[in-house]
Design a protein around this ligand. Structure first.
Ligand SMILES: NC(=O)c1ccc[n+]([C@@H]2O[C@H](COP(=O)([O-])OP(=O)(O)OC[C@H]3O[C@@H](n4cnc5c(N)ncnc54)[C@H](O)[C@@H]3O)[C@@H](O)[C@H]2O)c1
Length: 282
């Protein structure tokens, strides 16, 4: 613990699991008061209990980031406890789930085998042809609309926080290497993440005059429940990663600590990508 975030108040969406939970834990270790916000109440409460052992205050907030009314209520719950918000992390998200994830893994393996044995791919990926309106909508709502809804509420608090020499607030959006490189079978996820990168840059310019910084983190493949249905692909992913392994949640959480801290007061509109070398620029 080095108190890099001492005195700061942070709200982390999707704080009940994976990257969000790791970010909450590292933020608390660094001295921040933490509000894990999640649609999963029990998970958010458990993470908050861990954080509160390190720094008193904060609370678990329950809400669905895909629903603007739910986000408004969540921030109303926050405002009952705090008047200041230093850091918002827009992290809540979903991946490819269930049948779609496992059939994607099987497809990757089959295509690799076809390339190796026949020199061409004969089994095609038809995700976009088969993707339903609801699946497309849900993916964009949670990731992209969620980042917008939460940023809108957070900025209403941050804009009142004066114009001191140090930052008046930080927004950190969870993008992905998929938002830059693309990924077959994941058009909805990749579109949402690319949207988040664009949203980050535009908002960074918009609120720079208020001395509020907006950045994104674009992780590579990290072993969390979000990748749960893709376990069979881990050896393939590790082999395609120069550093030879998938990420751990803390590999991403430390990037969030940096962007949330005063060390990053002159950093805005950036996409920081801890990814083991899988992708070398954003
Ligand atoms: N794991 C990876 O490899 C990876 C890579 C790049 C980016 N990401 C991104 O990181 C973020 C976190 O992913 P993770 O790997 O920690 O996943 P995770 O499944 O472990 O955690 C996601 C959390 O978000 C919450 N959540 C989902 N929908 C929500 C909603 N509508 N409202 C509020 N909370 C909601 C879940 O309940 C869960 O606690 C996501 O945005 C994901 O796209 C993950």
């Amino acid at each position: 613990m080095s108190n890099r975030l001492e005195g700061k108040v942070a709200l982390v969406t999707g704080g009940g699991s994976g990257l969000g939970a790791a970010i909450c834990r590292r933020f608390a270790e660094e001295g921040a008061v933490v509000f894990p916000a999640d649609v999963n109440a029990g998970a958010a409460q458990a993470v908050h209990a861990e954080c509160e052992r390190l720094v008193r205050g904060g609370a678990a907030l329950i809400g669905d980031v895909a629903d603007s009314l739910s986000v408004r209520k969540m921030f109303a719950g926050f405002a009952e406890r705090q008047t200041r918000l230093d850091v918002l992390v827009n992290n809540a998200g979903i991946g490819l789930t269930g049948k779609r994830a496992s059939s994607y893994v099987a497809l990757m393996a089959r295509q690799a085998q076809e390339m190796a044995t026949r020199g061409r791919i004969e089994t095609h990926c038809d995700t976009t042809i088969d993707l339903g309106d609801e699946d497309w909508d849900r993916m964009l709502r949670i990731h992209l609309y969620g980042a917008f809804y939460c940023s809108r509420e957070a900025l209403r608090i941050m804009k009142e926080q004066g114009s001191g020499a140090t930052s008046n607030g930080k927004i950190i959006n969870m993008g992905s290497i998929m938002g830059t490189s693309g990924g077959a079978g994941a058009v909805d996820y990749c579109a949402a993440k690319a949207g988040i990168h664009g949203f980050t840059r535009a908002l960074a310019r918009e609120v720079a005059s208020r001395n509020i910084q907006v950045n994104a983190i674009a992780p590579g493949f990290v072993d969390t429940p979000l990748l749960g249905d893709m376990h069979a692909a881990y050896p393939l992913i590790a082999a395609a990663t120069p550093l030879g392994r998938l990420g751990k949640p803390d590999d991403v959480a430390w990037a969030a600590v940096y962007l949330a801290s005063c060390e990053a007061d002159w950093v805005t509109g950036q996409v920081l990508s801890p990814n083991g070398g899988w992708h070398m620029s954003q």
